[in-house]
Structures are given as C-alpha cells and as structure tokens.
Design a protein around this ligand. Structure first.
Ligand SMILES: [Fe+2]
Ligand SMILES: [Fe+2]
Length: 336
C-alpha cells in the first residue's frame, strides 16, 4: 500500500496498522515513506527527527557566539565551516520532516523558542574559544555517538542514507575540538582554562543522553528501530572515548573505568542541580530526582530565547506584518 505525497501542511495520517508495520520490520525491511508507516511510527519518527534537526540548528548560534573569540582568522574560518555543516545537517532533517507532511517554514521560523527540542547544554552560553573547543570535543562527540547509532540501526531508509555525509562531518568536528584542546593544553594557563570548561561541560554532556534506562517505561524508539542503543548504552559509548581522551591531557575527569563492572562509573552525584548563571554544578550528598532535571530542561535555559529569535529574525522582518503567529506556534500544532 502506498500513499501519494503532497507537501501541503495538513495533518498526515499513516495508513498501516501496527501489526503490518511490525511484520515489515520483522522481515528486516526498511521503511521508506509514510505509506509504509502506522501512526505510532509516524509520530515517533517526527519527534526524533525534530530533536535531531533542532540540535543541529541550535548548535549554529551557540558556536557562532563562541567563534567571536577565535584566536586567528584561520581558527574563525574553521568554526564557520563547522557552523555551515551544522546548518546543512539541520536542513537534511527538516527536509525529511517536510516529506512527512510537516511545514518546514513554520517549524523553523514560526515556532516558539521553548518548543524547540534540543539538549539543555545548548541553552548554556559558550563564552570563549576554549569552550568552543571543548564543545566540539564533547558535544559533537555526543552528536556523533547518537547519529552513528542511528546510521547503523535505523529502520527509516531516507535517514540512513542521509547520515553517510553527516557522520563523516561530525567526526571532523570532534577532531577539530580535540586538536584545539591539545593545543590550548600546552599554552600558558591553558590547562586551567580547559579544566574550568570540563568541570561544567562534562556533566552536562553526560546528562545529554537523557533518562537512565531504569526510568524508561516504554521505548518506542528502540522497538521501532529509529535507533539501536538505549540511553545508558549510548552514554557508555560516549564515555569510552571521551574519558581516555581527557585523561590523555591530564585533566581531572569525574569518571573512571571499573574493571569489575566492565563499565564507566561517574564520581559525581548524577543527576545534579546546575546553576546556569555561574555555570557551576551544585553537588549535594546524593543525586537529585530526574523530575527536577526534567523541570530544568522544560524551562529551557539562558540562551534559548535569544538563539531562536536570532534564527527567526529575518523571516519576521519579511513576513511579520502579515502573520502574527510568527514565533508563537506550538510544536504539536505544527507537527500534526
Ligand atoms: Fe551536526
Ligand atoms: Fe557537529
């Protein structure tokens, strides 16, 4: 059964039943379009694609801010080339959403800032070149970890093919971060600057991977094979390359490899409370509840509004007089 695509922004209905989709997936057949989805698959893939697209898009203003502190023209240009990659990655994911019946213009330019779905880490300002280097080494590594999993395991054919290019570029971003960190580490005072950045950015990236598996009741993302690994598995994969790299620069890292348990163990209470105004963690004797973390994520952080408004500014200037909904629409209203 197939369904003709049109690109008008109305609610799209997936034609298959859950049993039909599960049978198809059971035969290891990829899903290629809406005609091969049930409503759960369609809603789920829209959500995960939005998270991916928004993360790529918001990294652009975040990196742009820090790039103003680039130590040379060459360094500035390398940051611009990364930003250009991220915009392309965002475009790929939004373009796929368009094929699923979503209005891309509305999604990017008419959505309210708090309805963008990207990791909390990008709500915290990157204030200098050292923090950009660490962001490339840690945040892009998280992006690379997540996207490599999707590339290897996703059941959505168009996404699998699109990620060939994205995967390679993310690898370049994280190497860029590593190279700069090695360089900064040798400069006078550089080691201390890196340590200061690691102290707030490392735990924030650990948090990036989301709720621990023990808190997830139902995991449609894995059942339907949008991705392959669980949150905790992805967190461990990230730790397995991030920790050795940071240790090679003799930085203090609040995590170590436990031989007996065959996994990385965190040495700080996880999760904890974060003070965004001072970019410091408030460590109590024991971890806080995940409901508190979710409340912080939901409230978004310092940069959310200004980054999104920066992205939407030109569109608002052009169409603002005609459409009062710009920057005010909810995600759920645009996506359905
Ligand atoms: Fe990217
Ligand atoms: Fe990247």
């Amino acid at each position: 059964m197939t369904q003709q695509h049109d690109f008008t922004p109305h609610r799209t209905i997936a034609p298959l039943t859950e049993a039909e989709v599960r049978e198809r997936l059971g035969h290891k057949q990829m899903i290629e379009n809406i005609g091969q989805m049930d409503q759960t698959y369609l809603d789920g893939i829209k959500r995960i694609l939005t998270v991916s697209a928004d993360t790529e898009l918001l990294s652009a203003p975040a990196y742009y801010r820090a790039a103003q502190d680039a130590p040379s023209t060459n360094a500035y240009l390398s940051a611009m080339s990364i930003i250009q990659d991220e915009m392309a990655h965002a475009h790929i994911a939004y373009r796929m959403l368009e094929d699923l019946g979503v209005d891309k213009q509305k999604l990017v330019y008419e959505r309210r800032p708090e309805d963008f779905k990207y990791p909390y880490a990008f709500d915290v300002p990157l204030d200098n070149w050292t923090e950009l280097a660490v962001a490339n080494a840690l945040y892009d590594r998280a992006g690379y970890t997540l996207l490599s999993d999707i590339f290897k395991h996703t059941t959505y054919g168009p996404w699998h093919r699109a990620l060939v290019k994205v995967d390679k570029e993310e690898q370049f971003h994280l190497r860029h971060g590593e190279n700069w960190m090695k360089r900064i580490n040798k400069e006078p005072g550089g080691h201390a600057k890196l340590q200061k950045a690691i102290d707030w950015m490392f735990p924030l990236t650990v948090e990036w991977f989301g709720l621990p598996d023990s808190h997830k009741r139902h995991n449609i993302q894995i059942e339907y094979g949008f991705k392959g690994y669980s949150n905790d598995e992805l967190r461990q994969i990230w730790l397995s390359t991030a920790v050795p790299f940071l240790k090679s620069l003799e930085l203090d890292v609040p995590a170590y490899w436990d031989e007996q348990q065959q996994k990385y163990i965190l040495t700080f209470p996880f999760p904890s409370e974060f003070d965004v105004s001072t970019k410091t963690w408030i460590y109590e004797d024991k971890p806080i509840g995940w409901d508190q973390v979710m409340a912080r994520w939901k409230a978004r952080g310092a940069m959310n509004e200004s980054y999104v408004r920066e992205i939407q500014r030109g569109y608002k200037d052009l169409y603002g007089a005609q459409d009062t909904g710009i920057g005010e629409r909810r995600w759920a209203d645009i996506i359905n």
